[in-house]
Design a protein around this ligand. Structure first.
Ligand SMILES: [Zn+2]
Length: 198
């Protein structure tokens, strides 16, 4: 009996399903009403993010939020915060794709993406976190990098690290075993809250 219990316990990790994480992608539209990013661009960003996160047992899916936000370049902290009004659904991770994203710390510089926490005064929006991606992102790994932040990772300084700030310098970027463990833990906790919010 005891042996049987042990055998069952040993088999359990294999039965634990991957952690489902769904992205709601809000693609800004330009003055003519055309989305600033097409399906191929999104597929590449999401595909690479899914590959990176699969190592943390995360099963990444996405859907188009379809709200056609007529936001132009995101130039300021206030404009980053303004996106929180569209990030109310707690069952998904919100990703906003905008034409350009200003570096709030360096005048005249542009970022590829950012993981942002709402810092404005609207009480209902406190604590909302989301990803803002620039259509002009310099790498197809930017969404993966920002989701790394979303799931608890800080910057590292290794040549081929996904979380190296300012872009990867080495070959194909990756997450190390410790980072994957962190993402796995944080993603599970996130998914649990997401399920409860449905
Ligand atoms: Zn970063």
């Amino acid at each position: 009996m005891r042996l049987a219990t042990l055998a069952l316990a040993a088999a359990l990790p294999l039965l634990v399903a991957a952690t489902p994480v769904e992205l709601a992608i809000h693609v800004a539209v330009d003055d003519a009403g055309a989305p600033v990013a097409d399906a191929a661009w999104l597929d590449e960003q999401v595909g690479l993010a899914a590959q990176h996160l699969a190592g943390a047992d995360v099963e990444l899916t996405w859907r188009d939020a379809g709200d056609a936000l007529a936001t132009g370049d995101v130039d300021s902290v206030a404009e980053r915060d303004a996106l929180a009004a569209h990030a109310g659904d707690r069952a998904v991770v919100h990703v906003f794709v905008v034409p350009r994203l200003a570096d709030k710390d360096v005048e005249g510089a542009w970022l590829s993406g950012v993981h942002w926490r709402y810092g404005g005064g609207a009480r209902r929006q406190q604590g909302r976190r989301y990803v803002i991606l620039s259509r002009e992102a310099r790498s197809a790994h930017v969404l993966a990098h920002e989701l790394g932040h979303f799931f608890g990772l800080a910057h590292t300084d290794t040549a081929d690290g996904l979380m190296t700030s300012g872009g990867q310098r080495g070959g194909e970027p990756s997450l190390d075993a410790g980072q994957l463990r962190t993402v796995k833990r944080k993603a599970r906790a996130w998914a649990k809250r997401a399920r409860r919010s449905r």
